[in-house]
Design a protein around this ligand. Structure first.
Ligand code: GRF
Length: 206
């Protein structure tokens, strides 16, 4: 059984999708055992507690400097004995020491078809604003392995979503969540846990 930790900052609909998939048997041989947030008012923490999962809030603001926050984050994740770390709307840049310690074992979901609309500054609604500004006819979501570069590591799964003429950033964001994100992230965890995704090889590719 793969021990999965999920890192969150906000509403936690992706976390919920993972928990629902676990319950429905769509994720086999993996279990979310720990949820960490940088933000104590993240609704994702409520969802985790309701599901009986251990939670912790580690806020950078509670530490004297960034280095001590990074140290505490690494120590916490190691103590939990996690096999897989899932970034599900985690708005903190994962420090290099964590990436090194969990090389190839951290995945992220990004709400666009990488390499479009990703990297610095592309988070939340900004991703969808940029996609609409550009006039793309399809957008989507990507699950990728996390490496030192933002939204860059090997791509594991992608799903395209149609952009409609009357879309607003909010309507596009919602459709991408419903049609892509909430399926892709559970599918990635199940794929990794059951050897269907060659994620180790993929993480060495880039
Ligand atoms: C999602 O759009 C995800 O792709 C992005 O942040 C958002 C998190 O939403 N990385 P939620 O907290 O899972 O509802």
């Amino acid at each position: 059984m793969l021990r999965v930790g999920v890192l969150v900052s906000g509403g936690g609909t992706n976390l919920q999708a993972i928990l629902d998939a676990e319950k429905a048997g769509r994720i086999r041989n993996a279990k979310v055992v720990f949820v960490l947030s940088n933000n104590s008012s993240a609704y994702a923490l409520v969802r985790a507690k309701q599901a009986g999962i251990r939670t912790l809030c580690l806020s950078p603001a509670a530490f004297p400097d960034r280095a001590s926050f990074h140290g505490a984050l690494l120590e916490t994740l190691q103590k939990e004995g996690l096999d897989l770390i899932v970034l599900a709307g985690f708005l903190v840049r994962v420090p290099e020491e964590v990436i090194r310690a969990f090389r190839g074992r951290i995945i992220n979901i990004h709400p666009s078809l990488i390499p479009s609309f990703c990297g610095k500054g592309y988070h939340g609604i900004k991703v969808h604003e940029a996609a609409l500004r550009c006039g793309v006819k399809v957008s989507g979501a990507t699950v990728h392995v996390v490496d030192e570069e933002l939204d860059h590591g090997a791509i594991l799964l992608q799903r395209a979503v149609e952009v409609r003429d009357d879309d607003t950033p909010e309507s596009l964001q919602r459709r991408i969540m419903e049609e892509a994100e909430w399926n892709l992230l559970p599918a990635a965890i199940d794929g990794i846990a059951n050897g269907k995704l060659k994620w180790k090889e993929a993480s060495e590719r880039r």
